[in-house]
Design a protein around this ligand. Structure first.
Ligand SMILES: *Cc1c(COP(=O)(O)O)cnc(C)c1O
Length: 484
């Protein structure tokens, strides 16, 4: 009994068909609606019983093509700008296939895949301005990468052996960041047992950047009351508006109190690869940096990166110690397991896949300059959109747009302020359900915003124009109908 095919020729031919179909699917993405909801009949069909008996792969593939492939949220589409999502690439598609073929286990070991992860971590550290000896690991995404950073901070700055004693071993630990910090911080604080309250959400200024003076005041107050501040979390590219904290000022503040500086650069950090790197100045001075390649690096899910400046900081937080070391994981003096840096000792996962291959192939094939060019184009498109919004009387820009995020609303004269939130929500829903484009939403100072976040290498200026036309046309339609 084996799971290999009985007839390799059949699978070889089906595999070729699949690759061809998928490349065509990507080639023609622009011709399809930005979003196609799952029809009720498909939803019913997909709710299947356990398939105890198998069926031919060709049949399973037909089900995939009929019921799965046509109904994504649309994030590979040129007019998808919702939340912060990535598009993927043809190279990523092929690389994932190659990685699955090798199917290596990336805890570490003496193997080529390990060397590739080591190489890409080195490239990424260099591109971010981190020292060559920095420690790094590819992880599932920004959430895990950020938690990796603050868990290293906790071990480095707690002042007691927090890994052995837990949080009972010392005073309450506290962390600081702007109120616009992404919600991963709460997940992280909760999971590490610090509790949500350990994160001090500091007010932001009119540009949605952390108020550094208020942060300093809060640190002083916490020190007075016996807490132990351990880290400041800066953000390069907030989700709401694309704001970047004054990272140099945060570095200085962290130094003043001997704190760890962690930077969440989930998408914004990649601006460091471009000629616009001044936007994220100070990024390279962080003690730890988290970013995603599956957002603004355009690579397929999942690919996050966690870097620490101190080469030992990640292993200090994660390498099994004391009674936690299993004899089954010890390294002998030779053989496959000898003399490698265990990536498993730098993060949460033990069994780990070959994420590094798509990173390596994408960077080599596209070249960092071309990826950076797409990022710069997205910044330019967002700037252009903000300009168009400001030029139209019936549109309103709801926040500064310093990066790739534009928050706007339809607000023509004659529609009362009290109606605008419901009206814009209706516009957003119509734009999505009609398949025109997929922006998402947020609320800024009580005002409902249609939020466009461009991390999309397929977007062109004409896509922005189609979107603006839709907002104004649908807006006028709905405002006149009075059903919002
Ligand atoms: C997306 C995002 C995260 C979370 O990253 P995931 O890859 O979704 O886990 C954290 N911070 C910011 C600023 C983000 O945009």
């Amino acid at each position: 009994m084996s799971l290999d095919p009985e007839n390799w020729e059949d699978i070889r031919s089906l595999g070729k068909t699949m690759v061809g179909d998928m490349l065509t699917w990507l080639e023609t993405v622009r011709e399809r609606p930005a979003w196609t909801p799952v029809p009720p009949a498909v939803t019913v069909r997909l709710d299947e019983p356990v398939p105890h008996a198998g069926s031919a792969l060709a049949e399973v593939y037909e089900s995939f093509k009929r019921d799965i492939l046509p109904y994504p949220t649309g994030n590979i589409h040129p007019r998808f700008w919702g939340w912060v999502q990535g598009t993927g690439t043809t190279t990523g598609l092929l690389a994932d296939m190659l990685a699955s073929t090798m199917n290596p286990h990336l805890a570490g070991y003496d193997q080529s895949a390990y060397l590739i992860e080591r190489t890409v971590i080195g490239w990424l550290a260099e591109l971010m301005g981190f020292p060559a000896e920095s420690s790094g690991i590819l992880v599932s995404g920004g959430t895990e990468a950020n938690i990796n950073g603050i868990s290293a901070a906790r071990v480095a700055k707690a002042g007691f052996d927090v890994r052995t004693e837990g949080l009972r071993g010392g005073p309450p630990l506290t962390l600081y960041g702007g109120a616009e910090t992404h919600s991963w911080i709460y997940k992280g604080c909760e999971l590490m047992g610090l509790g949500r309250k350990a994160f001090r959400a500091i007010p932001v200024d009119a540009d949605y950047r952390i108020d550094v003076a208020a942060c300093r005041a809060r640190i002083l107050k916490d020190l007075e009351s016996g807490c132990r501040p351990i880290a400041i979390v800066g953000t390069a590219g907030t989700v709401n508006t694309g704001a970047t904290d004054d990272l140099r000022a945060l570095r200085a503040l962290a130094d003043e109190f001997d704190l760890w500086l962690h930077v969440d650069g989930a998408f914004g950090a990649l601006v460091a690869w471009t000629s616009r790197r001044d936007i994220v100045a100070g990024l390279a001075s962080a003690d730890s940096l988290a970013f995603d390649l599956h957002k603004w690096g355009y690579m397929p899910y999942e690919a996050g990166v966690a870097l620490t400046r101190d080469p030992d900081a990640q292993t200090a937080a994660y390498k099994p110690a004391g009674a936690g070391v299993g004899a089954y994981l010890a390294s002998p003096n030779g053989g496959i397991a000898a003399n490698t840096t265990y990536f498993a000792d730098r993060g949460l996962q033990l069994s780990r896949g070959f994420r590094a291959l798509k990173v390596w192939m994408s960077m080599k094939e596209q070249g960092v300059d071309r990826i950076a060019g797409c990022i710069e184009a997205n910044i330019q498109q967002a700037g252009r959109l903000a300009g168009i919004v400001e030029a139209h009387e019936d549109l309103e820009l709801l926040a500064p747009a310093p990066l790739n995020v534009v928050c706007l609303r339809y607000a023509p004269k004659g529609v009362a302020e009290a109606r605008l939130n419901a009206l814009n929500e209706a516009i957003l829903v119509a734009i999505q359900t009609r398949g025109v484009a997929v922006p998402s939403q947020t609320v800024l100072q009580g005002r409902f915003a249609i939020r466009v976040c461009i991390t999309n290498h397929r977007t062109r200026d004409e896509d922005i124009d189609i979107f603006v036309d839709a907002v104004r046309t649908i807006g006028a339609e709905l405002a006149a109908a009075g059903d919002a």
